[in-house]
Ligand binder design. Structure first.
Ligand code: ZN
Length: 280
């Protein structure tokens, strides 16, 4: 199939009362393992790349590979830039062929976040590209205050105003998660999520999925989270699986043999996360 807009995939997920995982990938194998697993399970999926990883794979190359692999499968595949930091970077992704966009200026004050997000939305919408914005900053998990301090969480009234003024199609919210590896167990503000979901009618996204206890994730999916961003956990697992295979020493010491040996354990891992968000 050709690439689908993320917002269409997420609206479909919302109707099914399920959640789609947006995975951060960064090279051919990490893209292909995600798409192949999604196809095996017949679960929609969204491929993303973090802008910093364009040093590994240029954005246009990431888009071309994802588009080509998506065309070979039946399950819906979306393609989004993760955490576009500014207008210029999002436009680089647009020129590179991205079909959905995220602009994250949530670290700025509300008015500036509105202004920069609206600018990206206006341009992207003119090109038929849907946009995810972020309100209430999702910080880093190594800093406990980032996910424990409710001052960083999304306010319900501000979420309504933000959607109205920017025109975003998808909204990432802050309800107690953070990026990276948590220093202590996070506790999601599910009541706030329910209120935001009731007050808005666009798909909501939870960033910082790695390390959130499964029961809390399930509770978040049941209360209106339609996209779970998953990045750190995938990268950690890729490294761990490669290390384990090399240490076992059962393969020939060739990169190609390592890549092939990684495929099945990575499929299994990805299947687990996809099925958590999208139960049968
Ligand atoms: Zn994120």
């Amino acid at each position: 199939m050709s690439l689908e807009k993320a917002v269409d995939i997420l609206r479909y997920a919302d109707r099914q009362k399920k959640c789609v995982v947006g995975f951060d990938a960064f090279n051919m194998e990490t893209i292909k393992w995600i798409i192949d697993t999604a196809e095996e399970e017949q679960i929609p999926v969204i491929l993303m790349i973090y802008p910093g990883d364009k040093k590994i794979m240029p954005l246009s190359t990431f888009a071309a590979v994802t588009r080509d692999l998506a065309a070979k499968v039946k399950t819906p595949v979306g393609l989004m830039l993760d955490h576009g930091p500014d207008f210029a970077t999002t436009m680089e992704a647009v020129r590179g062929g991205f079909s959905s966009m995220m602009i994250d200026t949530s670290h700025l004050d509300f008015e500036e976040n509105v202004r920069q997000t609206a600018e990206v939305v206006k341009t992207c919408h003119a090109l038929g590209i849907d946009v995810e914005g972020e309100l209430g900053h999702v910080g880093v998990a190594s800093n406990e205050a980032d996910y424990k301090n409710a001052d960083n969480f999304t306010r319900v009234d501000k979420a309504v105003e933000f959607i109205e003024r920017t025109g975003v199609d998808i909204l990432a919210i802050s309800i107690g998660t953070a990026h990276g590896s948590y220093v202590s167990a996070p506790k999601l503000d599910l009541e706030r999520l329910e209120q935001i979901n009731a007050a808005t009618d666009i798909p909501l996204v939870l960033h910082g999925g790695t390390g959130v206890p499964e029961d809390q994730l399930k509770a978040a999916f049941a209360r209106g989270i339609n996209k779970l961003n998953y990045a750190t956990g995938y990268k950690l697992k890729l490294y761990a699986v490669a290390k384990e295979i090399m240490e076992r020493g059962e393969i020939r010491p060739r990169m190609s043999d390592l890549v092939m040996a990684m495929e099945q354990p990575m499929h299994e891992f990805l299947r687990g996360i996809m099925r958590l968000a999208w139960p049968e």
